[in-house]
Design a protein around this ligand. Structure first.
Ligand SMILES: Cc1ncc(COP(=O)(O)O)c(C=O)c1O
Length: 440
């Protein structure tokens, strides 16, 4: 698993690259979690990837459970996707004019997600969530929005908010550079807390434009919104004329072919969100995201309606080719059954070997997304996630990294299994975990 023999002499090590990077890029990274701040140590600089593996600048190979933070559901370098991207690139990188392929991708997504009748393509999850928020406000004529502690919806100003001192007060920015006035309309609740939901609607119901939620929260590792909680949320939104926004940037086409909303629709008859946000898998590793809703809502967008939204690279022809090829592959019969079984085998395997060594570990998964916690039971909200054993996680992370297994470098991030992971990689991972748990 750990082959250093191909280390190319004369090239820079991870540590040297990190030093060089820090001179020209803040923190040496283009997105903070890549810097390993939560776990300490030197980030691995990735030179290339193949199937379920990533290979760093020193030639060390790792089983990859990050998958570019979700998009690589087929693993790296899937032949059908590579071919589609290469073909598209030959035809041109970007035109700034409509193409047939973006229509095809929109049709493909809409076919799989019946709650949406139209969508618009953008380039990142942040952009999709920010645009969907503007649309919800524009369509309802209301200003207030509700989000949940521990859910991340990209870094639009209005969504970088943590809870204030109470529900009657508004949240505080989680980032410098966000004026308090910009978040004065954002209310932050505890995830899975039914009383707070009732209270916020009792206090502000007539002013709430939308409630945005990660249905399975992957930005606090892996926490499911309980079905009764989701049912209550849906009912309150309907009763008060607020829109329910599902942020499926992570869960979309990852936890099920119909995304997380299809799981809630199975449990709650007639369930649908009003607006949905997608990213990651729909681009297959290229910058692509989308937001969509019923036609009447989407027609509030420019050029038809008063809500402005635009993008130079939106619906990019190479990115749409990559996304389309990915979406076609995941529709093959049995794809999600096989992916789900493999992911379940990983989580069950980790929990079993942890128990054998007396380490408390709880895990959960859905489709190709999973989480595990150094705790006796699964946390239900952000506070409980942050109360799990961080020190143990960090030691486990580094032990596994040394053994050639790359989990997310923070205890509050979800993990991802791809279709390229075979029983062999799962077995190797569980075997490495058994040794690492024993050394904790
Ligand atoms: C649920 C969710 N929403 C939105 C985003 C933002 O997406 P992006 O990083 O593409 O801007 C993320 C990113 O991880 C996410 O997990």
């Amino acid at each position: 698993m750990n082959d250093h023999s191909s280390f190319p002499r004369g090239k820079l090590t991870n540590a040297q690259l990190f030093e060089r990077a820090q001179k020209v890029i803040p923190g040496g990274v283009n997105s903070p979690v890549r810097a390993f701040r939560a776990v300490g140590g030197t980030p691995r600089f990735i030179a290339r990837a193949e199937g379920p593996f990533i290979i760093d600048a020193e030639g060390k190979r790792y089983i990859d459970y990050i998958g570019s933070w979700g998009p690589m559901i087929l693993g790296h370098g899937h032949p059908a996707v590579l071919e589609a991207v290469q073909k598209a690139a030959l035809d041109g990188f970007s035109f700034g004019a409509p193409t047939e392929r973006e229509v095809e991708l929109a049709e493909e997504i809409l076919k799989l997600v019946p709650s949406m009748e139209q969508l618009r393509l953008v380039s990142s999850g942040t952009e999709a969530a920010m645009s969907a928020l503007r649309l919800a406000r524009g369509a309802t004529g209301r200003h207030k929005i509700v989000k949940f502690e521990g859910c991340y919806h990209g870094h639009a100003d209005a969504l970088l908010v943590k809870a204030g001192s109470g529900l009657a007060t508004f949240g505080n920015p989680t980032s410098a550079g966000v004026p308090p006035e910009v978040v004065q309309h954002t209310l932050v609740l505890e995830y899975n807390n039914p009383e707070q939901l009732d209270e916020v609607f009792a206090l502000h119901g007539a002013d709430i434009a939308c409630v945005v939620i990660e249905p399975i929260a992957g930005n606090m590792n892996f926490v499911r919104a309980a079905v009764p909680f989701m049912k209550q949320l849906r009912e309150l939104c309907t009763r008060h004329g607020a829109m329910l926004m599902f942020d499926e940037v992570m869960t979309g086409f990852r936890v099920a072919l119909g995304s997380a909303q299809s799981l809630y629709a199975r449990a709650i008859p007639g369930f649908e969100p009003d607006i949905s946000v997608f990213g990651k898998v729909i681009g297959g590793g290229m910058p692509l995201a989308a937001f969509g809703a019923k036609r009447a809502v989407m027609q509030q967008l420019a050029p038809l309606g008063p809500v402005y939204q635009a993008g130079t690279l939106s619906g990019n022809p190479v990115a749409t080719a990559c996304g389309l090829a990915t979406l076609r592959e995941i529709q093959r019969p049995g794809f999600f059954d096989a992916l789900g079984e493999r992911t379940r085998a990983l989580v069950d395997g980790l929990v079993a070997v942890a128990r054998e060594t007396g380490v408390p570990l709880a895990g959960d998964c859905e489709g190709g997304m999973f989480g595990f916690f150094f705790a006796d039971s699964l946390p239900q909200n952000y506070g409980a996630v942050m109360a799990t054993d961080r020190e143990r996680f960090n030691r486990f992370f580094h032990g596994m990294l040394d053994a050639g297994v790359y989990f997310a470098p923070a205890m509050y991030e979800a993990g991802f299994v791809s279709a390229a992971h075979t029983e062999r990689e799962i077995a190797d991972t569980v075997a490495a975990a058994a040794k690492t748990f024993a050394s904790l």
